[in-house]
Write a protein that binds this ligand. Structure first.
Ligand SMILES: *[C@@H]1O[C@H](CO)[C@@H](O)[C@H](O)[C@H]1NC(C)=O
Ligand SMILES: *[C@@H]1O[C@H](CO)[C@@H](O)[C@H](O)[C@H]1NC(C)=O
Ligand SMILES: *[C@@H]1O[C@H](CO)[C@@H](O)[C@H](O)[C@H]1NC(C)=O
Ligand SMILES: *[C@@H]1O[C@H](CO)[C@@H](O)[C@H](O)[C@H]1NC(C)=O
Length: 844
């Protein structure tokens, strides 16, 4: 293992004591649940996939406050008048301090002992950091991270019990030793003038920031963020092997708005993921100098809007199956993307879209594919502008493409509309693809940086817990529905609404009206409770963004949508409205969680078969909505984050996408929902850039329920019926990863659909698969372009109108199977020339 040794850090830091302030509370220990568990807890057996297989053991939250009971909320008396008026938001300017630095910091951790006093916001200057570029601030930064007894492996505070923002005011923070971070930690700088963390010339160590918790496997490093910083290694000798950041983390994490400054022609790496992980998204990053910008060793990733200038290799792929690089600029690089790892790497698929290469010798260096069969290491290039300085693609040492790619170039297996049923092997085929204007900005698929609202002053931001006369608690035990709705209605069009860290219980729908901008802190939770959400035959939405037909701004960042109880009639988030401009309706770094954590009765109530029907649907994008969604993890717990309760949970549905006005899903993951992870029904104008999913581990052979059970298919919600399966065929009756039902102008780049288990921990099925079918296309969608579809453990990759079209046997590669191009509903007909290298394509 390349792991960091925490005792070494302690020795280096000397005075900082991890575990300081921690008092054991014997009455708060988690009761054993073995007697109620029908199935034994998972035991993890290392295998060849050791870095990647899920490790579903819990991290004890032993400081639980058992008297917090979300199930008996204290109802507040209704308040009828509306909160005091606020100035109009206007367009703002940068001529003021950053609002987040100045606002009242009253975030809490509701479910731990003394949680109302928990310090979420930690300004490093309050811990002795100087930020003067002279003083060594590493010890002070570490003290800010550790305060309150935080430490490796949760240190008794679980994964969710000890949230912390380590805040850096503008300044230069010299560091002589590494800093070690843990789960639920967010390093945030002032975006108006980003602070610099600079490694000193006498730095002791190899890595500036360890963002991965050293005691937890990379695949359970969740809820971590780094934003608005400059990270600088230019004082470290260029001949020293040095890494600015170890980012071996997984879903529910955000790395954005960071400049990595490295000396030119050096041995430095910007971001590295040495211990793997199962990540989702990073973006809006700049790299200068260095040997490697990003060293990617992770199951899957969306990397968006990054620049690499003078970096020897922009992105080096050690390992990765579903990688989507969008809006990348390589300037003065030797190699843009190195997907060979000296021939050692297992690279399933790479999509490079809407990118630019200038003075770069090789844009993509890849292995040579087996022309007979395997499309492993699939490469899809879509809209690349490249000067004629070097080669665009070099495969197995042989240049196979030069210059720009205005349309789409494919190296891998392809299923064309009129192509052979078994697919064809494209060894460099250009398809004359088209794109829907609704999704474009300047010819590229629209993208947007996560908003910081740095142009606004603190007077234009309302801390929802400080509105006089309209108390909102966020304490995990008070029903905050009424006053949240009043304050959101009043703030619409006039102020940003800030939810300090905490859990806001709601017993009815929260309405987000046009004109809303909502910002959380370390993922502030909105959590549903009560009978309104209990009827599976008549579901109710917890957070509703606008009404159908409404147009305006509705933006949400850094929030968590969850449930406090078993609520089979709860739709956690529904978006109905659209923006006047692209991105006006947007959701960034906001996630779903059902069960698996302290503060939700789902964690303790759903331990044995049959799996509880806990929530109806996570995300619903209704027909007239148009939303830009970036960095979202919709997770039904397969294991407990804060303990060791067995989790046998059934959330009905993942993401139901019916929108027609323009939808962008950039870096999303939906895992363990029962009927499907993604269901696109009559949807139009949808861009998906990297999606990742897993089915519930309890489905399939030996499992306690066969889909749609424990649910019944609800045609009002366009549910799949599984009528393609025999009545007793458990590996057929498993969640669809993605269904595409009708619709048009659908662009999917990079799907990673992984079935590791059925029977709660084994994989029983034909030829070592654990699921029969991964995805289906039905009802003849038009203009569907599906690039880089990767699966694991699924016998059939894709069913097209009920017919098995793509199988793992026919498409070996990636983690198990990979198809570079599924164009059977694209309208593109392909005429194949005899030598296979000069195929011409045209649009029907
Ligand atoms: C809670 O805080 C009180 C007062 O600060 C302190 O005496 C007590 O030890 C704390 N309890 C725990 C479990 O941390
Ligand atoms: C536990 O929560 C209750 C209810 O909020 C609170 O009154 C009590 O002080 C908390 N106990 C501790 C030790 O934090
Ligand atoms: C390509 O695949 C075929 C069929 O599996 C196999 O016979 C052949 O050896 C492979 N070629 C190379 C170069 O690996
Ligand atoms: C199982 O694998 C064998 C050997 O590769 C193959 O002949 C057979 O078709 C496979 N069965 C299925 C159902 O994929």
């Amino acid at each position: 293992m390349h792991g960091f040794n925490p005792s070494l850090l302690l020795a280096i830091l000397g005075t900082v004591s991890i575990g300081q302030g921690q008092t054991a509370d014997p009455s708060a220990s988690i009761p054993p649940d073995a007697s109620t568990a029908l199935y034994p807890a998972f035991t993890y057996t290392p295998s060849v996939d050791a870095d990647y297989k899920p490790h579903p053991q819990g991290i004890p939250l032993s400081h639980l406050n058992h008297s917090i009971n979300p199930l008996s909320p204290l109802l507040l008396p209704a308040v009828s008048n509306s909160p005091p008026g606020l100035p109009t938001l206007g367009s703002g300017s940068n001529q003021h301090p950053y609002w987040y630095e100045e606002i009242t910091h009253n975030g809490i951790s509701p479910f731990i002992t003394n949680g109302s006093e928990w310090k979420v916001f930690r300004n490093v200057k309050d811990y002795g950091a100087k930020g003067d570029g002279v003083t060594d601030d590493a010890t002070a930064i570490q003290a800010a991270i550790n305060d309150g007894g935080r430490g490796p492996g949760g240190n008794g505070l679980g994964t969710t019990g000890a949230p912390a923002v380590i805040y850096f005011p503008t300044g230069t923070y010299l560091m002589g030793v590494p800093v070690q971070s843990y789960v639920d930690t967010f390093l945030i700088g002032n975006p108006i003038n980003r602070p610099t963390l600079i490694a000193s010339s006498s730095f002791v160590g190899t890595t500036l920031l360890f963002m991965k918790d050293p005691d937890l496997d990379s695949t359970i490093n969740f809820y971590i963020g780094v934003k608005n910083l400059v990270l600088d290694s230019t004082k470290v000798s260029s001949g020293t092997t040095f890494t600015i950041m170890d980012w071996s983390v997984s879903q529910g994490t955000q790395l954005t708005n960071v400049l990595f400054k490295m000396p030119p022609a050096s041995k430095h790496t910007g971001v590295s993921t040495p211990e793997g992980g199962s990540g989702t998204y990073m973006g809006n990053l700049d790299f200068t100098g260095g040997n490697i910008g990003i060293n990617m060793n992770n199951q899957q990733y969306s990397i968006k809007d990054c620049t690499f200038d003078g970096t020897t290799t922009g992105i080096f792929i050690t390992h990765g199956f579903d990688l989507v690089f969008q809006g990348i600029e390589f300037t003065n690089c030797e190699i843009g993307v190195d997907a060979t790892n000296g021939g050692m790497g297992n690279v399933g698929s790479v999509a490079l879209i809407d990118s630019v290469a200038a003075k770069t010798q090789t844009v993509i260096k890849t292995k040579s594919q087996n022309a007979t069969t395997a499309g492993d290491d699939s490469i899809v290039i879509d809209n690349l502008r490249s000067d004629s300085f070097g080669n665009t693609v070099v495969a197995g040492g042989v240049p196979i493409l030069k210059g720009s790619v205005p349309k789409t170039w494919v190296y891998g297996k392809a299923y064309a509309q009129n192509g052979p049923l078994a697919g064809a092997h494209d060894l460099g085929t250009t398809y004359q693809t088209s794109r829907s204007p609704a999704l474009l900005s300047g010819g590229k698929f629209f993208t947007m940086a996560p908003p910081t609202y740095q142009q606004f002053s603190v007077n234009q931001v309302v801390n929802i817990k400080t509105v006089k006369g309209f108390p909102v608690h966020g304490d995990g035990q008070t029903d905050d529905t009424h006053n949240i709705n009043l304050i959101l209605a009043r703030n619409a069009g006039s102020a940003i609404t800030f939810f300090p860290a905490g859990t806001y219980l709601v017993s009815n729908t929260i309405f987000v009206p046009p004109g809303s901008r909502i910002v959380g802190e370390t993922l502030s939770a909105i959590s549903a409770i009560g009978s309104r959400f209990s009827n599976a035959n008549n579901p109710t939405t917890m957070v509703q963004v606008g009404f159908p037909g409404e147009i305006g701004v509705a933006q949400i960042s850094d929030m968590l949508f969850t449930i406090a109880d078993v609520l089979p009639g709860c739709i956690l988030l529904q978006v109905n409205m659209a923006g006047a401009s692209q991105g006006d309706v947007g959701i960034w770094n906001s996630h779903f969680r059902v069960g698996g954590a302290a503060g939700s009765a789902v964690e303790t109530k759903c331990q044995s078969a049959p799996p509880c029907k806990s929530a109806f649907l996570l995300l619903h994008l209704t027909p007239f909505s148009s939303a830009y969604i970036e960095d979202m993890w919709g997770w039904t717990a397969d294991h407990d984050l804060d303990g060791n309760f067995n989790q046998l949970i059934s959330t009905g549905r993942g993401a139901l996408v019916e929108s027609i006005r323009g939808t962008w899903l950039i870096g999303t993951a939906f895992e363990h929902q029962t009927l499907y992870q993604y269901n696109l029904v009559d949807a139009s104008n949808v861009f998906i850039g990297m999606q990742q999913s897993e089915t519930p581990y309890w489905q399939g052979t030996g499992g306690p329920a066969q889909a749609p059970a424990p649910w019944t298919s609800n045609l009002l919600y366009a549910d799949p019926t599984f009528s393609n399966c025999k009545s007793n065929d458990p590996n057929c009756r498993m969640a669809w990863y993605q269904r595409i039902v009708g619709g048009s102008n659908l662009y999917v780049y990079g799907s990673g659909f992984w079935t590791f288990f059925n029977d709660l921990g084994t994989c029983l099925g034909t030829n070592g698969t654990c699921q029969n079918n991964a995805v289906e296309i039905v009802a003849n969608p038009r203009q569907l372009f599906w690039w880089n579809l990767n699966t694991k453990g699924c016998e059939n990759v894709l069913l097209d109108d009920g017919v098995v079209l793509e199988t793992r046997n026919n498409n070996p590669g990636s983690w198990d199977a990979v198809v570079a191009a599924t164009l059977t509903h694209s309208g593109i007909l392909v005429r194949r020339a005899l030598n296979g290298m000069t195929r011409r394509a045209w649009q029907a």
